[in-house]
Ligand binder design. Sequence first.
Ligand code: NAD
Ligand code: 6OD
Length: 488
Amino acid sequence: MQNLKEVKHFINGEYVAGGQGSFENINPATGKLNSTVHEADRNLVDQAVSSARAALNSDWGKMPVAERSKLLCAVADGVNKRFDEFLQAEIADTGKPVNLASHIDIPRGAANFTIFAELLKAFPSEAFQQDTPTGYGALNYSIRKPRGVIGVICPWNLPLLLMTWKVGPALACGNTVVVKPSEETPTTAALLGEVMNEVGIPKGVYNVVHGLGPDSAGQFLTEHPDVDGITFTGETVTGEAIMKAAAHGVRPVSMELGGKNAGVVFKDADMNKAIEGSMRSVFANCGQVCLNTERLYVERPIFEEFVSKLTDKAKGVTFGDPFSKETGSGPLISKVHRDKVLSYYQAAKDAGAEIHCGGGIPQVGGDYDAGWWIEPTIWTGLKETDKAVREEVFGPCVHIQPFDDEDEAIAMANDTPYGLATAIWTENLTQAHRVADQIDVGISWVNCWFLRDLRTPFGGNKSSGIGREGGQHAFEFYTETRNVCVQL
Ligand code: NAD
Ligand code: 6OD
């Protein structure tokens, strides 16, 4: 077993030290050191890509689908067998509360292997019978081949879940991967290497290189000419840099990017459902979910009541030991990120927002006062053009705006360069369908939020992404389709 106080790369089934120095992995709940992480240089990234290429060309790429599927289900079982180790590692890296990590991060991190392994077995090919001048016709059918070596660049907010959401379908399709986890959250990707070895995934199929973005592992991996496709989740500006790197060699990209998601609450909404749902959609994971609602539009007759009820609930959010089931919110991921979120809190104040709750740093007590905690914050009274209403904050904050009719709400919801998700709260389902159809996003939830069926398409419109993950949609990116035309 590896020593998780010193996080190494995982290349060709072995833990490997070295590169261009190391960096610190800090526990955001306490500001204390979790571990030291080796930072890969170009040479180590090259070794990882070469080992992925070799594995692709040998057993893995040629393995029957049923056998590959069985191995990937064993990976899911392997994660679940070591559930507590993954849970501890994820909580230490992110500070997120155990209630969240044990219900979402780790179970979904495992389930992402099973779902794609099962779906691929039932994935059909297409076929066309064609008329020809000979009268005998021709038969066209498609076959799918793995795309090749996939570079997987991950964010820190749901580290295991968002990594396996890409690695699961990539491996199911017969690709091999080189993963670059976020520098903030390297540990569960490192731990997964042990599970891969335990269940017998061939060496070189799953590789991990640690490092940062520019002039580090992220850049070296995305620029590597032997990487056949890049899948990325993170900020839109990073996505733009990665697209430039991918342009060399015309490599395809799949991009899950930022958002500035709107929630719309109609006057006939079930108030309790809308409040409970908005508490999650705004504040879950301390506002660090790409799908979080940062703008709420509430129909005027219920505006005051909604603001007051949401504020009461937000004031009740509890901080403290992430391993305690009583803790409601974790901290932000880093000091740099907290400074960024606090700059939006200041900008909102300067722009004259009415601050209903929060706006600062809570006293959590003991060791936790050295962590990156922040108060859940609710504003009203800002203009739609104000910075805190337009830009993605990625923190536990929301601006609430009243509206008078459906068209106005839809126009405000759509007035953003992003198009990731929305949550619509109404008991009038005709209205719900009509509004869901008109909000320009990849995912609309009605009377719920982050309710996930993994067979459905997942992704963003406009600056929120390119392509769709989820279900068979993921296979479009992770395979290359070939047509075979047979003259009969
Ligand atoms: P980020 O873009 O800062 O970093 C993501 C990853 O990219 C990290 O591993 C980082 O090291 C790497 N990276 C940075 N610069 C790079 C470069 N030039 N070349 C190659 N790699 C580089 O994002 P983050 O701060 O980790 O995550 C938060 C952001 O991610 C938010 O904007 C959020 O909305 C977005 N996000 C989107 C989704 C989605 O599904 N749409 C999901 C989660 C997070
Ligand atoms: O649930 C998922 O599959 C998914 N990709 C969630 C993304 C969350 C963003 O932070």
